[in-house]
Design a protein around this ligand. Structure first.
Ligand code: ADP
Ligand code: NI
Length: 204
């Protein structure tokens, strides 16, 4: 099977697998991560572009936040999909990235991040900041029925998510290119938060 054909088959597999997720985890998130990961790899030149593409396409298909107990089945399906389509040799790197990409699992991994994981993780994190990051955060918050902001700090709001997680992502970038791309997106969410608080406090 040609590489192009493998990519198309993987795209179709991903579109089927992502159906149950909120729209911040939809196909277009995956598509943006793929594009950003390929861009980073093109500059860093550390991995095989085909491998970067397949792994970034598959990075969210077994997200534990959404697949819950079904996760093991999803990993098994994924392995079957790869071996059934001539990509058996990618099984290990795909599962490694899926298991270690998430913010919540970062640091828990026993071995240092592979170059492939570093690139796809940077691309995934970049999609959580900047204007897209703002849109995704409020979309997820709405999906969970969280308040946009709670001045008392007693409930988890979407604004608190910016402080707990999103403002920290810039400092967690793995690659030089990822760091560079994170700068502007970080500045953007900082100014968004300032503006939000000014409007909230009636200062404008
Ligand atoms: P990862 O899969 O990298 O661990 P998440 O799945 O936690 O990342 O986040 C995916 C998207 O959902 C991000 O854009 C993130 O900001 C958003 N998100 C996750 N948790 C929350 C939350 N509690 N409130 C608002 N947005 C959230
Ligand atoms: Ni993702």
């Amino acid at each position: 099977m040609e590489k192009n054909e493998k990519i198309e088959i993987t795209e179709r597999f991903v579109k089927r697998s992502l159906k149950a997720y909120d729209s911040g985890h939809d196909w277009w998130h995956t598509d943006r991560v793929r594009r950003t990961a390929l861009y980073i790899n093109n500059i860093e030149k550390c991995c095989d572009p085909f491998e970067v593409e397949i792994v970034s396409l598959l990075h969210d298909v077994a997200d534990s936040k959404f697949s819950g107990n079904d996760r093991d089945n999803r990993i098994a399906d994924l392995k079957k999909f790869l071996s059934g389509n001539g990509m058996e040799e990618l099984q290990e790197s795909v599962v490694d990235v899926i298991n270690n990409i998430s913010f919540s699992s970062s640091g828990k991994s026993v071995s240092p991040a592979s170059p492939l994981l570093q690139i796809v993780q940077d691309a995934d994190r970049l999609d959580a900041i900047g204007a897209i990051g703002v849109a995704r955060a409020f979309n997820y918050g709405g999906f969970r029925n969280n308040p946009i902001y709670d001045p008392s700090g007693n409930t988890k709001s979407t604004i608190s998510h910016f402080h707990d997680k999103l403002l920290r992502l810039k400092g967690l970038m793995n690659t030089e290119t990822g760091k560079r791309l994170a700068e502007e997106r970080h500045t953007y969410i900082e100014s968004f938060l300032n503006r939000f608080m000014q409007e909230w406090n009636g200062e404008l």
